[in-house]
Structures are given as structure tokens and as C-alpha cells.
Design a protein around this ligand. Structure first.
Ligand SMILES: Cc1ncc(COP(=O)(O)O)c(C=O)c1O
Length: 346
């Protein structure tokens, strides 16, 4: 793995475990890789609207939402950009913590953020806290499940109540939908103010291909997207998405694998006395109860996400990797813990 990451992705250090970006550690099936190769046969040609529309039809069949409510973009950040462009100077309600990229992009666009702090022990969202702020805000963004907490902040019924109560747009980011299986996506056919985002980066194992989807009302779709924007998706991405959606049976194996390994990491950390939080995603939020673990792991070639700025100096986020990456992470975490105990720093 390290050779690929160094030679192809040009990582400057020798990486032994890559657990920092919530990617799928498994490769997509051969049929998807073959389809990407096939795209090279026509790489001198432009993409076609027929191919783009066919993929929207496949996604429509997958998520059970009419194709006229869907669009595809190269990354969810492109969707955020589109929406944030209309929100300059306005106020958006987000949870604390929330998906860091949305927060950063919102700041870039001069959007004000109103925070609701998620409550321990499980980082849950108190609905009353949202309702009491509805008059002060112009839009709501919720990652559901949330990154970095790994848990749902609202169930479907609560999403529906909120859409009915609030007049402004509500974005529900369902990047991790496949792992937990709860969705609000079909509601876009009935509610004009709901926007749902999805991706092929996680359970479909295609982070590098940049294929993301948005579901929303026809009016909003026409406001945000011009038809010519379909030409932003490259032919390799279109063909990868086509094969992935046509052969989507593989995602249930990815989800089962992820659950198994996630439980292993969860139990391993708990046994060491650290605090992993329950998760319905492909990653775990962990209160390590000691400072410096992320830096130590980095020095051993193990990448995890440092959350000290977002959640406090003892928090990290770790993605589910290959079995040997997860074992290595547990082993080196144990070593660090022993090191700390021997110098009685904790
Ligand atoms: C909540 C959330 N939304 C979106 C994304 C990114 O999706 P994409 O790869 O489609 O841009 C991530 C990736 O980590 C995420 O955690």
C-alpha cells in the first residue's frame, strides 16, 4: 500500500496505515476498474449528455427519487459552493462540531455561522435548540450522520418536522448514508426547501473519482445548475459511476466489512481504557484521554485525523482501514499508552 501512496499519490513519507480521510480501504470491484480503463478508448472525445443522463437514471433507480430532482457534480464541495454563493451575508445554522469543509467554505463565502453545540455523552442534537433559533437564521446545514461524531443527529421524522417548520433551505449531507441506511432523500419530491447530498466516495470506494450527487426540488435544481455543467464530469468518472451503480451489490459487502472492522477497533480501544464513540459510518471519533497520540502515530507512518482544534486536545478521528492497518493502529496506540503510563503523564 505504501508504495502506491508514495509513487502514485506522491505522499512524502512512508505510510503504513492511512486512516485520516474516511475513505474506503477496499478497491472497487474489477468491473468498475475495467469500465474506467474502457473510458481511455474515447479519452480524445468529449463526454455526452446521453451518458450523463443515463447515470442520473441509474442514481434515480438507486435512491428512488425522480431523475428531474437529481444532478451530479465532481465533489460535494462543488455543491456547497453553488449554494453558498446565494448565502453571502446570510446566517446558516450548523452543529458544533460539523463537517469541517462546509464550515471553511461558508467562511470563505462571507456566510455567518450560528452554532448548536452537540451534547455529550453521545453528541446528540437537541431539537429545541434548533427551534428556538429558527427566526435568526436563513439556512440549516446538517451532516447526517455527522462527521466527525459518526452518529445521526436527526431521525427521518425529525427531519420532516424541521422541513415543515422552517421556510428556508435545509441541507442534509448524507455522505455516509450507505453505512446506516437512514435517509431523507425521497422527501425532496414533496418539499421545496430540502436539499440532500450524497457521494460515491465512501461505500462505493471511489473517493479519487470525484462523483457526488444532489437531490432537490426542480426549481432549486434549475436555479443552481445549468445543463452545460454536466460537462464538468470527466468520462472516466462517468464510466466509473455507471459501472458502480449498475453493479451496486458490492456495497453491502463493503458495509458488512466496515462494521466488522469498526467493531474490532472500537473494542480494542475500549479495552485500553480510551473512549471510542458509537458510529454508523466508516470512522470512529475517539477521546484518547491523552495528548499527542496523533503526532506519535504520524511518526510511525500511521495517519489519523487530529481534532484538537475542533474538539479538544485529546480527540482524534480514525477511519476503518484494511485489517492490517487497523491492527497496526491498535498496536501503536497501545505502545503510546504504555509509554505515557511509564512516564506517568496520565
Ligand atoms: C459529511 C461529508 N460530506 C461530504 C464529504 C465529501 O464528499 P465528496 O468526496 O463527494 O466530495 C465528506 C468526506 O469526508 C464528508 O465527511
Amino acid at each position: 500500500m505504501s508504495a502506491e501512496l508514495n509513487e502514485v499519490l506522491m505522499y512524502p513519507i512512508k505510510i503504513r496505515a492511512k486512516l485520516d480521510q474516511n475513505e474506503c480501504p477496499l478497491k472497487p470491484p474489477k468491473v468498475v476498474l475495467e469500465s474506467i480503463k474502457k473510458s481511455l478508448e474515447v479519452i480524445n472525445r468529449y463526454q455526452t449528455s446521453m451518458l450523463f443522463n443515463y447515470i442520473l437514471e441509474l442514481y434515480s433507480d438507486y435512491c428512488n427519487v425522480n431523475k428531474n430532482h437529481l444532478f451530479m457534480t465532481p465533489g460535494i464541495d462543488v455543491i456547497f459552493e453553488k449554494i453558498l454563493h446565494y448565502m453571502r451575508g446570510k446566517t446558516i445554522l450548523v452543529t458544533k462540531p460539523t463537517y469541517f469543509l462546509f464550515e471553511e467554505q461558508a467562511k470563505q463565502f462571507g456566510v455567518k455561522l450560528e452554532y448548536i453545540v452537540l451534547q455529550e455523552p453521545y453528541f446528540s442534537l437537541e431539537l429545541d435548540a434548533i427551534y428556538s433559533r429558527l427566526k435568526k437564521i436563513d439556512m440549516i446545514f446538517l451532516a447526517n450522520p455527522n462527521n466527525p461524531t459518526g452518529q445521526y443527529v436527526l431521525d427521518q421524522k425529525e427531519v420532516q418536522e424541521l422541513i415543515e417548520e422552517f421556510n428556508g433551505p435545509i441541507i442534509i449531507d448524507e455522505a455516509y448514508y450507505e453505512y446506516g441506511g437512514k435517509t431523507a432523500i425521497q422527501m425532496v419530491e414533496n418539499y421545496d426547501n430540502l436539499i440532500v447530498t450524497r457521494t460515491l466516495s465512501k461505500a462505493f470506494c471511489l473517493a479519487g473519482i470525484r462523483a457526488s450527487f444532489i437531490a432537490l426540488s426542480k426549481n432549486l435544481r434549475n436555479l443552481f445548475f445549468d445543463r452545460i455543467e454536466m460537462f464538468r464530469i470527466s468520462t472516466p468518472t462517468l464510466l466509473a459511476s455507471k459501472a458502480a451503480l449498475e453493479n451496486r451489490g458490492y456495497i453491502k459487502h463493503v458495509v458488512a466489512y466496515t462494521e466488522r472492522e469498526r467493531n474490532k477497533i472500537f473494542e480494542g480501544l475500549k479495552k485500553m481504557g480510551l473512549i471510542p464513540y458509537p458510529s454508523v459510518t466508516n470512522f470512529l471519533l475517539v477521546n484518547t484521554k491523552m495528548e499527542g497520540l496523533q503526532g506519535y502515530l504520524y511518526s510511525k507512518g500511521i495517519l489519523v485525523k487530529d481534532l484538537s482544534n475542533m474538539m479538544g486536545s485529546t480527540f482524534i478521528r480514525v477511519s476503518v482501514g484494511l485489517p492490517k492497518e487497523n491492527d497496526l493502529f491498535l498496536e501503536e496506540t497501545k505502545n503510546y499508552l504504555n509509554l505515557k503510563l511509564s512516564t506517568s503523564e496520565i
